[in-house]
Design a protein around this ligand. Structure first.
Ligand code: NOJ
Length: 790
């Protein structure tokens, strides 16, 4: 629905005022700069193969490759059969192949980020990548690696991305691209860039759950904030070798992202040395010539501005031949580099429905229901359990010798439909809210994947309880008509498990930070009547305010389970009974009040007539999420990095030392400019800490390293995450963990000199197990003298 709307908007695009100079506003005043031509970088062999083949293509064939239209997949680009070049299949998305069956619905990225576990994140990516490959998808439209990053808790799509912290997001983006592409799949990091809120929509719903009369936001950002906060995750996807990047719906300092010379040519292709192709989000193209000259290589999912229009522009000489060749080189180089020309599976599904075949405009597309999930359900369960954050625990968890459990909330129930509520799961927010859909396992829109089944919380709890001779009663309604029943069942239960949720969907930013369906009232009702303690499970795609109920006397435990995917119930059972000792940490900050965040950091008003685009001023600069709370000394409810365990840990022996290690994980180098000799990604120092399990059960702890820049760096927030490491420890066991610090981790972007530099004065480093629990400190000056050993 959303893309249908976006396409409709395109028809209006030529009518909107367009000022070519505005394309380079603020950040780049050189209107004639048209960006570097690809040279393949580390993919030199693949590039040469691409170049050789492009030499034999006609102009029509080249244009054909740059344009993708609806086919069996969400978009299919043209091929050149006579030269053995197939069209490519493009499909969402970050939580598993979207719009098809026999796939795993994985925990969302935002949920998995809470694991703070590098190995887990990479294996999740490898497994997702194989599922895409098995369906014959050439390019996954994902992962979401920093657009949105999570500037505002109100943004409706934060759950598709990892975390608002750029260091954590960067490491996870790198591992996810590397893992997904290891199967030969090409990833498309998205949405580039500064896509931190949804467009503003003022029209009625379109009847199918979509929005109407929408206008894109202009994200107004300064150079330093761009370089230090929003760009690093994308830089990491390039280092990891992503073949594609998707330009986003928003404008950047006034210019549409998909025709921004500054964003695509200057930053992405020159400074970050990107050798792959930039494709447009669906409906985010607004022009032919400016988009092509400013760096957009492919249009999806229709021939609105490329295709025939691109061909015409080429014939009129408005775009140099070298640029069209460059587009095609960029598209074919990752395809050769990924070796998809060898034995890549053919497309074996159709994205329209789950039936065996679909006829569209005389073409028959088939769904062969190919199942290549293997044992992914087990790993998805592990990811979900290891990403569940224990926020509060009086000792009621893990569940011990109880006999009677009460389960409450529609969120504990089966989804009432898995795929039948509209292809985007939009029916869940249909205007009359008739369709509230049971447990929330994933959000709606592009980030969703269908589940083949859902292990509903009530089902999983019942199965587990049966083994232990426990009685399970339930009321799976949240409405006032059932308040008496809720009270009665709670009164008869020794432990009351309440499941509440917030369902988020692409196209909608949040109006508030409360629970859906009166969840607060449900919790209070159960708490008022429960004979024992209450355990609250939060299935939300972001921050919620919990002050109404968190300190009520019978609230014994709270679990943040995010969007855990199809294995939701099994994963929560693992944590409730202690088969998995919780070890996850919040990858964002939970505030106490809506006023804890900067006011107006989501723009909700249309622009003025003279300036039709609503502008979001990123005036908080680098201070988003915990950095904002730290800067203004606001006490969070639960801070970034916080999470409890069933055991206890201590840290000691904190140290830092020079320890030069040349970068070894770069797949495609960037061209970022910096001071000094060492590569920006070389390790210069290593900090260390000892972690001891001081409790009675085995478990993992996330040791965290934070860094404070010297006070000379006045724009810097009080501290930055700069390392995390998660040892698994038996009771009494101690392990020393390392935090390697790369030159970039120790550098700031110097706006005047236009390069990265390490500040000269004293740095402070702190270690502990959350951003506000940092008992270990040390200070040191950072130098590049390690280079002497080179
Ligand atoms: C729009 C979304 O913004 C993008 O993430 C997605 O890949 C496309 N639609 C296709 O579904």
């Amino acid at each position: 629905m959303w893309s249908v709307f976006k396409n409709a908007l395109l028809l209006l695009a030529p009518l909107l005022p367009f000022n070519p100079d505005s394309q380079t506003a603020h950040l780049d005043k050189n209107a004639t700069y048209r960006g570097p031509l690809a040279d393949g970088g580390a993919w030199i062999d693949a590039f040469q193969r691409a170049r050789a083949i492009v030499r034999n293509m006609t102009i029509e064939e080249k244009v054909n490759l740059t344009t993708a239209v609806l086919g069996p997949c969400q978009a299919n680009s043209g091929g050149v059969p006579r030269l053995g070049i197939p069209g490519l299949c493009f499909n969402d998305g970050p939580a598993g192949p979207r719009y098809t069956d026999f796939v795993t619905q994985w925990p969302s990225a935002f949920t998995a980020a809470a694991s703070f576990d590098r190995d887990l994140i990479e294996e999740r990516a490898v497994r997702i990548g194989k599922e895409f490959r098995g369906k014959g998808i050439n390019v996954e439209l994902g992962p979401v690696t920093g657009g949105p990053l999570g500037r505002s808790p109100y943004a409706g799509r934060n759950w598709e991305a990892f975390t608002p912290d750029p260091y954590l997001s960067s490491t996870m983006s790198f591992l996810t691209v590397r893992g997904m592409q290891s199967s030969g799949l090409i990833t498309c990091a998205k949405h580039y860039i500064l896509y931190e809120q949804e467009p503003i929509c003022t029209g009625p719903l379109d009847g199918e759950g979509g929005r109407t009369d929408c206008i894109d936001i202009s994200s107004e950002v300064d150079d330093k904030t761009m370089k230090e906060l929003y760009l690093p995750s994308f830089a990491e996807t390039i280092r990891a070798g992503t073949g594609a990047i998707m330009c986003s719906y928003n404008r950047i300092n006034g210019t549409p992202a998909c025709q921004s010379n500054d964003a695509m040519n200057r930053l992405l292709k020159d400074e970050l040395g990107f050798q792959g192709f930039v494709l447009s989000d669906f409906g985010a193209t607004h022009s032919t010539v400016p988009s092509a000259l400013n760096g957009m290589d492919m249009e999806l999912p229709g021939e609105y501005f490329y295709g025939q229009r691109l061909l015409k522009a080429m014939r009129k000489g408005e775009i140099p031949q070298s640029r069209l060749d460059d587009m095609v080189h960029r598209i074919l180089t990752p395809w050769f580099a990924s070796k998809q020309y060898t034995d890549y599976p053919a497309i074996n599904y159709q994205k329209y429905d789950l039936a065996d075949k679909k006829e569209i405009n005389g073409h028959v597309f088939r769904n062969e229901h190919v199942n290549n999930k293997g044992d992914n359900y087990l790993f998805a369960r592990k990811v979900a359990a290891e990403s569940t954050v224990l926020l509060k625990n009086s000792g009621v968890l893990p569940l011990k010798s109880i006999r009677r459990i009460g389960v409450f909330g529609t969120d504990a129930d089966y989804p009432h439909t898995l795929s039948g509520c509209g292809p985007d799961l939009f029916c869940l927010v249909a205007s009359d809210r008739r369709y509230w859909n049971g447990t929330v396992t994933i959000g709606g829109g592009s980030g969703a994947a269908y589940a083949d089944y859902v292990a509903a919380p009530l089902e999983a709890i019942t199965l587990r309880a049966r083994q232990n001779g426990i009685r399970v009663d339930h009321v799976l309604h949240d409405d006032p008509a059932h308040f008496d029943a809720i009270g009665w069942v709670a009164y008869q239960s020794e432990v009351c498990l309440v499941f509440v949720s917030v369902f988020l969907v692409e196209g909608w930013d949040r109006q508030h930070l409360r629970l859906d369906k009166g969840g607060e009232e449900l919790i209070k009702r159960v708490e008022g009547s429960c004979s024992g303690e209450v355990v609250v499970v939060l299935h939300t795609g972001g921050q919620v305010l919990i002050e109404d109920w968190i300190n009520l006397p019978k609230i014994g435990a709270v679990l943040f389970a995010g969007y855990p995917g199809q294995e939701t119930g099994n994963a929560i059972v693992d944590v409730l009974w202690g088969d998995v000792n919780p070890s996850a940490k919040l990858p964002f900050t939970m505030g106490k009040s809506a006023t804890d965040w900067p006011t107006g950091n989501i723009v909700r008003e249309m622009g003025q007539k003279s300036d039709p685009y609503p502008r979001a001023f990123f005036s908080e600069g680098l201070a988003i999420d915990y950095k904002w709370f730290d800067k203004w000394d606001i006490e969070p409810r639960y801070e970034f990095g916080f999470g409890l365990s069933y055991t206890t840990f201590e840290m000691s022996g904190f140290s830092i030392a020079e320890n030069y290690q040349p970068v070894s994980d770069t797949i495609q180098p960037t061209n970022e400019r910096y001071e000094g000799k060492a590569d920006l990604y070389d390790v210069l120092y290593v900090a260390r800490v000892n972690v001891t399990n001081t409790g009675k059960v085995a478990g993992a702890e996330v040791a965290q390293l934070y860094m404070t820049f010297p006070s000379s760096e006045v724009e810097q927030p009080p501290k930055h995450l700069r390392g995390y490491n998660k040892p698994y420890l038996e009771p009494g066991q101690t392990q020393t963990v390392d935090f390697p610090l790369r030159k970039k981790d120790l550098s700031v972007w110097d706006v005047e000199k236009q390069h990265w530099r390490i500040p000269k004065r004293i740095f402070t480093f702190c270690a502990g197990n959350s951003s506000r629990s940092l008992p270990l400190h040390l200070e040191t000056q950072i130098r590049e003298s390690a280079l002497l050993v080179i």
